[in-house]
Design a binder for this molecule. Structure first.
Ligand SMILES: C[S@@+](CC[C@H](N)C(=O)[O-])C[C@H]1O[C@@H](n2cnc3c(N)ncnc32)[C@H](O)[C@@H]1O
Length: 309
């Protein structure tokens, strides 16, 4: 048995979300180390699974891990924003019964110092796909001061974003995440539970991997295709992503899409794509929090698409 480098978050809740699905296939947009994928395949013996990841290390590992299920699994490498479009084009969408995305980085990506995700890394990379054109070194060493300010404000929600951007520009080039976080530690907000450079690293990582753009595009493809009867479950790890998921699900649930100021409904009042299953996001319970510290910021929201009959 391989040594599993990543504990899947909210695993009971994920199994439960998809347990009523007895046929067709489920798309796991973020296969990672196949924790959720293998559990879903085990719990739903009649379904097929299409699993996506952009990280070759994850693909190599999970291809082996999912070997026992190989007749029911198709693995695809790429960004889920574009692979999901291909899948929707290629398959009869009435067979797509579930979509899961466990957004963000895996524990292994964080732990491997040469990947540059951790503030202790000796490199400045942060690409989930090692062949992608943009890496953290380019962002940190080549972005203009105002570009840095924008991403520190929007993706890191850092209050002193101007000061931090100015410090980066004044002290660059940086060659490693460690030297960057050491140089800027004193300007970062101090939290009890998180390393001072966490928000800085988050902001750069979101930019390098276009994480919010990927999430928005995934949700847009699902909305455009309407995926009859499908269940959509999204796990996110910070408020920026959770806000996108929450607002999108609220919009999808609305039947009337007239502007708020409209006196009378003129849209036909038939625009709802289905219903929100989780009014509040599902979060890890105490026993999971004890065994997996990463689960503390995980939030899962689930939407049930209509059958449109
Ligand atoms: C949190 S891990 C998923 C772990 C997985 N659920 C498990 O149980 O092992 C996220 C994975 O999604 C991948 N990923 C993140 N964003 C992606 C994107 N836009 N396209 C494809 N893969 C992505 C990362 O490379 C990483 O392997």
């Amino acid at each position: 048995m391989q040594n599993i480098p990543h504990i899947p978050v909210l695993y009971r809740e994920v199994i439960e979300a998809f347990e009523s699905i007895n046929d067709g296939f489920i798309i796991d947009c973020t296969m990672g180390y196949a924790g959720h994928s293998s559990m879903i395949l085990e719990a739903n013996p009649n379904i097929k699974l299409i699993a996506i990841d952009q990280d070759q290390t994850a693909i190599d590992f999970s291809t082996q891990r999912l070997e026992p299920f190989k007749d029911r699994v198709e693995i695809r490498k790429g960004r889920f924003s574009s692979v999901i479009k291909d899948i929707i084009d290629e398959y009869d969408i009435s067979n797509i019964k579930g979509v899961l995305a466990d957004i963000g980085v895996s524990s292994l990506q964080l732990d491997q110092k040469d990947r540059g995700f951790s503030y202790e890394s000796d490199t400045l990379d942060m690409r989930m796909d090692k062949d992608a054109p943009l890496n953290a070194a380019t962002v940190v060493n080549e972005y203009s001061k105002s570009e840095l300010e924008t991403l520190l404000l929007e993706y890191g929600e850092l209050r002193n974003y101007k000061k931090i951007a100015a410090q980066i520009v004044a002290n660059r080039p940086f060659r490693s995440a460690k030297s960057l976080s050491d140089a800027l530690k004193q300007h970062m907000p101090r939290g009890k539970k998180i390393h001072p450079a966490t928000l800085l690293m988050q902001a750069i990582r979101i930019e390098v991997n276009d994480e919010l753009g990927e999430l928005k595009s995934l949700l847009q493809s699902i909305e455009d295709a309407k995926l009859p009867d499908a269940k959509v479950a999204i796990i996110s790890f910070h408020s920026l992503e959770d806000r996108i998921v929450k607002q999108t699900f609220i919009r999808w649930s609305k039947s009337c899409i007239c502007p708020q100021e409209a006196m009378r409904c003129a849209c036909g009042n038939n625009h709802s794509l289905g219903k929100i299953i989780t009014r509040k996001p599902l979060m890890a319970k105490d026993d999971e929090l004890k065994e997996n510290v990463r689960s503390r910021s995980a939030k899962m929201r689930i939407f049930q698409m209509d059958s449109y009959e």
